[in-house]
Write a protein that binds this ligand. Structure first.
Ligand SMILES: [Zn+2]
Length: 537
């Protein structure tokens, strides 16, 4: 019951959803697409509950730092020219997957942020100034072991034997220089207390435990500057023109900069920011659990609501990453298999928070079994019968359980849609079980056809009334199933609504309030033609 109360409180709030800000030194892969798709599915589900404009959704690209500068140089480009290309590559890939933040159709609530945008750069400087004036940034000489690829200093105990970087397994360099530091240790107890009193601040639970461990011992203050002599591709410190800010400090603020500028910082910080849902991969848990909260507190801002941490989408058992070369281009799957297929696959296969495996064979299996057979065939059979027997006309008022739909199937699995499915997403991040419930509804509809056998009844003209009733029920079932699928399969939902001639409030109505007697539907098309082999050459 507590959940329902949370929901009531949430109704008056605007919720802010973010993906990580993608470091664009390589093309997007299916792993980065997974995060964008999960966040988009969550955003779409939440928009159904709270209203479209009550949910802002932000994604974008992290474009500063030495790795970007070097990737640009390798292509003979200036960094900005390089990131212009790369950011657009990410945006188009995600927009092609119907990720609303990247498609930016509603600019007041959909944000695609680039850390090289002037609005963002000004905002980061404002936050640096605020923090500096509050006394939480200080200057000191520092000598430390530095990994050029990580762009960060390491302590002795973090390094592998032989002073090797734990991420790159190559020697770090001893560097001595003056730098600016952010007091993060000062806020450690406050962050710990927040984690203890908000058990779902970081979810799932295993990542909260990891974060509690990370925060159990004193932290080394965070170096937030880089001397321009060493690296000039960054945002200049407003209080020292000899330095740019550390790329992570810069990138975090991408979650805030544009929406806060649009709404005004105070209004955003008060009304929106405390209801922020971050979606990140487990590889950046530490930066988000240990660095980001003190960065916010030191700037005088409140903490976000949830850090939703997902596992890795592995490819042939190994983590998919830019450097390992086992990347798969998400757009190629969209082209080869059609809209929504990749999104459906990763949302149905992955348990949020756990690692999962991606393989084309498994994708094709799911496509044929779930999409071609269960969903595609149902749409096609029902619309064919409606066309053949009644010229597409709905000839009865759809029935529900109260009226006796029945016949060995649990019609409630259809009638109660979409609420339980939407709640599984917005409250539990349980995308997989949400889709399991949609497929239970599809099974119900398919079994109902088997048990009632309308094609047999239709041979007897005296029983056409019964057939009309069965088809009215099935068409209405298709409509609520399509409506429920929208966060997961937005294009497919649109296609089924078109086939059903349903739009607006009629398409979105609860079961029994959509297709009325006299309504006409269209003849079927094949939504998901079966795939016999690997579709990609
Ligand atoms: Zn490294």
């Amino acid at each position: 019951m507590a959940r329902r109360q949370d929901l009531t409180v949430a109704m008056s709030e605007r919720v802010h959803i973010t993906t990580a800000i993608f470091y664009c030194n390589g093309a997007p892969h299916v792993g980065s697409a997974y995060e964008a798709l999960a966040a988009d599915t969550f955003a779409r589900a939440l928009r159904r509950k709270l209203g479209h404009d009550q949910v802002s959704f932000l994604s974008g690209t992290d474009e500063h730092g030495d790795k970007i500068r070097r990737a640009a140089l390798a292509q003979g480009l200036r960094p900005k020219a390089y990131t212009d290309q790369m950011s657009e590559l990410f945006r188009q890939a995600f927009a092609g997957l119907n990720v609303t933040a990247a498609a930016r159709k509603a600019p007041a609530v959909d944000f695609w942020v680039r850390t090289t945008d002037p609005v963002h750069e000004r905002f980061v400087q404002e936050m640096l100034n605020r923090t500096y004036q509050r006394g939480d940034i200080y200057f000191r000489d520092y000598e430390g072991l530095y990994c050029v690829d990580c762009e960060r200093f390491y302590t002795d105990k973090e390094l592998l034997p032989g002073n090797l970087c734990p991420s790159h397994n190559k020697p770090v360099e001893l560097i001595s220089e003056g730098n600016y530091f952010l007091r993060i240790e000062k806020y450690r107890e406050q962050v710990l207390a927040h984690l203890r009193s908000n058990p779902d601040f970081i979810r799932p639970e295993r990542f909260r435990s990891e974060a509690l461990n990370m925060l159990a011992e004193p932290l080394t203050d965070l170096c937030i500057s880089r001397p321009k002599a060493r690296l000039d591709w960054g945002i200049e410190l407003p209080f020292d023109a000899n330095y740019v800010t550390y790329v992570w400090y810069d990138a975090f603020w991408a979650y805030v900069s544009e929406p806060a500028t649009r709404l005004g910082l105070e209004a955003f910080a008060h009304d929106v920011w405390p209801h922020t849902e971050h979606f990140i991969g487990k590889d950046i848990l530490k930066t988000h659990a240990v660095y980001w909260p003190p960065i916010l507190l030191a700037a005088g801002l409140p903490l976000f609501r949830h850090l939703n941490v997902h596992g890795w989408l592995n490819f042939g058992g190994a983590r998919m990453s830019k450097s390992s070369g086992n990347v798969a281009d998400p757009v190629s799957y969209e082209r080869a298999f059609g809209h929504d297929v990749l999104r459906y696959f990763v949302m149905r296969e992955m348990v949020y928070g756990l690692d999962g495996d991606f393989s084309e064979e498994r994708l094709i299996e799911r496509y044929n079994a779930d999409l071609a057979n269960d969903l595609g065939n149902l749409v096609s059979r029902v619309l064919s019968m409606a066309a053949r027997y009644f010229n597409g006309e709905v000839r009865a008022v759809p029935q529900g359980v109260a009226d006796g739909v029945y016949q060995g199937v649990n019609w409630k699995t259809i009638e109660q849609l979409p609420s339980p499915v939407i709640n599984r997403v917005t409250e539990d991040l349980d995308f997989k079980r949400a889709l399991d419930e949609v497929w239970t509804a599809l099974d119900t509809a398919n079994k109902y056809i088997v048990t009632t056998s309308p094609f047999t009844l239709a041979r007897d003209p005296a029983r056409l009334n019964e057939v009309a009733q069965i088809l009215a029920n099935l068409l209405e079932a298709l409509r609520v199933i399509a409506d429920t699928l929208e966060p997961f399969m937005p294009v497919t939902t649109g296609k089924i609504f078109d086939l059903l001639n349903a739009s607006g409030a009629q398409a979105r109505a609860p079961y029994g309030h959509g297709l009325k007697a006299g309504h006409t539907v269209n003849p079927p098309i094949a939504l998901f033609p079966r795939i016999e082999k690997t579709a990609r050459a």
